[in-house]
Design a protein. Structure first.
Length: 185
């Protein structure tokens, strides 16, 4: 979705009127303000999917963040289903990332666009609720690791349906977090 600067200003003024007049309508003024101020206009189409907006592609960052969050949903779900013995096994074969693997976010300094999209998806659009309440700033570059993991996850995704990842699949994914230059030969 594209809005001119004038259209943004009009929407912001209307959200103020909504609040001042205490109008209880179907549009959420706080959400619209957040979408405009954080430049997540794509989210308006997501939130109000019943409105016949012009067809548009989501920004590449959003598509990639959705894939990363989806992958981590599968990882955390599968880990929660493991037995204690399987968790010990994973911790050993996927050192140091196999012990209680959790999505920790993106680097707030260098990957802020990704961090912002993830926060908006979770906190404003109520997607991937298992990550609600998290900080999303891991304070170190993580995007390359997520991308390496995605190259392993994508072929697995289609075969998973509603099943959980195995210990071996989890280990393969989590071991991708290690930079190739730091792996043992």
């Amino acid at each position: 979705m594209k809005l001119t600067d004038g259209e943004k200003l009009i929407i912001l003024m209307l959200t103020e009127l909504y609040e001042k007049l205490q109008i209880d309508g179907e549009t959420d003024p706080d959400f619209l303000r957040s979408a405009i101020f954080h430049d997540h206009l794509w989210g308006i189409r997501w939130k109000y999917s019943g409105i016949p907006f012009e067809p548009a592609e989501d920004p590449p960052v959003v598509r990639e963040v959705v894939d990363i969050l989806d992958m981590w949903s599968f990882i955390e779900f599968a880990y929660a289903k493991l037995t204690d013995e399987q968790k010990k096994q994973l911790a050993e074969v996927a050192k140091p990332f196999g012990e209680n693997p959790r999505f920790t976010g993106f680097d707030g300094n260098n990957e802020s666009e990704y961090m912002s999209a993830a926060m908006f998806l979770v906190n404003q659009l109520d997607r991937f609720q298992e990550f609600k309440g998290r900080d999303f700033n891991c304070h170190h570059p993580s995007l390359d690791a997520h991308r390496r993991m995605l190259t392993v996850f994508e072929p697995l995704r289609a075969s998973l349906a509603y099943g959980a990842l195995s210990v071996e699949q989890l280990a393969k994914l989590l071991n991708e977090r290690v930079r190739p230059s730091n792996r043992e030969a």
